[in-house]
Design a protein around this ligand. Structure first.
Ligand SMILES: *Cc1c(COP(=O)(O)O)cnc(C)c1O
Length: 343
């Protein structure tokens, strides 16, 4: 942190950066303001229309603007951080630019800076650069062997293709938001009622009326053949759906149909058809082993438990509900002891 301190800026009721609070904090810290870090569009999934005045305000007080490049999927070909006032931005190539990163790696994030910040970029002795800041990665240009993936993606898409991808990502998110709005309202939207490339579905009201939590819905999605979207981030009790441009309409509809079917199940709990503690959501996901037992102790049918109607193509989870928090806190190695391999 080089001796710097973080000052948190408030959000307003619409989930946007509170400009009055930002102004007060810029004034209070004007003599030592280094920079602001913003995410645009925001992690609330909204293109905040005060982004230009925000950058101007910070610049007036001598600060610079760091734009988190994680949401470039909503910007490429449509808007450039440098043009709306950003001074620094990294590009998460493992997000918008196709580097596969399932399971946590490899991440690649080149940092782009305004011209006058170039001398402050990290250097590397092997690259013959005497820099103000030393090396931050072992190899001079990072994990260079991964970068051709992003290069090929950009070359093959071309300028118009990249723009089309961005537009499709935004369209897909808004399609999901609109089709699900009666079942699961979206928490934040921009002034025109639209979201950027992701939407936060608010499940918190359902908890009061049915006892069903966002986690129950996430687990129930497994019975319908889906890995759940982001759970309880950035707002607890919500699901954040970020479809990207990659999913065809058929797949978006399949997801929406599953979410609507789950909403109907929640309705049956609200109506008292199923008890609050013994229903397909609280017990999700259901394994084949559970459904094949002779005894069936639940007030809902096996067919209802299975969720997905086409059993031949259904994904069967190998384990039922686990206690995530307990698992995270109690690491257990399930490998056999080494002697088992030697004997
Ligand atoms: C994914 C994400 C990050 C983290 O980026 P990584 O490079 O994957 O660590 C930061 N901010 C936002 C808004 C993101 O979506």
């Amino acid at each position: 942190m080089c001796g710097m301190q973080v000052v948190v800026v408030a959000c307003d009721a619409q989930g946007n950066i509170d400009m009055a609070d930002l102004q007060a904090k810029c004034e209070a810290h004007s003599d030592k303001l280094a920079c602001i870090m913003i995410t645009y569009p925001s992690t609330h999934g909204v293109f905040e229309d005060a982004v230009r005045p925000l950058c101007e305000l910070v610049h007036q007080h001598g600060g610079r603007v760091y734009v988190d490049g994680a949401n470039m999927n909503a910007l490429v070909g449509l808007a450039a951080p440098g043009a709306f006032g950003g001074d620094v931005s990294h590009l998460n190539l493992h997000k918008t630019f196709c580097i596969p990163h399932g399971g946590g790696g490899p991440g690649v994030g080149p940092v782009c800076v305004a011209q006058d910040l170039v001398p402050f970029l990290p250097g590397h002795a092997a690259a013959g650069k005497a820099a103000v800041v030393g090396a931050v990665s072992a190899a001079p240009y990072g994990n260079a062997a991964v970068l051709p993936i992003s290069w090929m993606y950009i070359r093959m898409m071309g300028a118009s293709g990249l723009r089309h991808a961005t537009e499709t990502a935004i369209l897909n998110a808004n399609y999901i938001r609109i089709r699900l709005q009666d079942a699961y309202p979206t928490l934040y939207a921009g002034p025109g009622g639209f979201v950027a490339h992701e939407c936060i579905l608010d499940l918190r009201p359902l908890k009061e009326s049915s006892g069903i939590t966002a986690e129950d819905v996430a687990k129930r999605l497994i019975d319908y053949g889906f890995h759940a979207p982001t759970l309880s981030f950035p707002v607890p009790g919500t699901l954040m759906v970020e479809p990207t441009e990659s999913e065809p309409l058929e797949e978006l509809d399949r997801f929406i149909d599953a979410m609507l079917a789950i909403r109907t199940e929640i309705q049956r709990i609200q109506d008292g058809d199923w008890p609050r503690e013994d229903n397909p959501l609280k017990n999700a996901p259901h394994t084949a082993a559970q459904l094949l037992q002779d005894a069936w102790p639940h007030p809902y049918s096996r067919a209802a438990a299975a969720g997905h109607k086409q059993l031949a193509t259904k994904y069967w989870p190998p384990v039922a509900r686990i206690d995530n928090v307990h698992g995270d806190r109690n690491l257990v190695c399930t490998c056999p002891p080494i002697e088992a391999y030697l004997s």
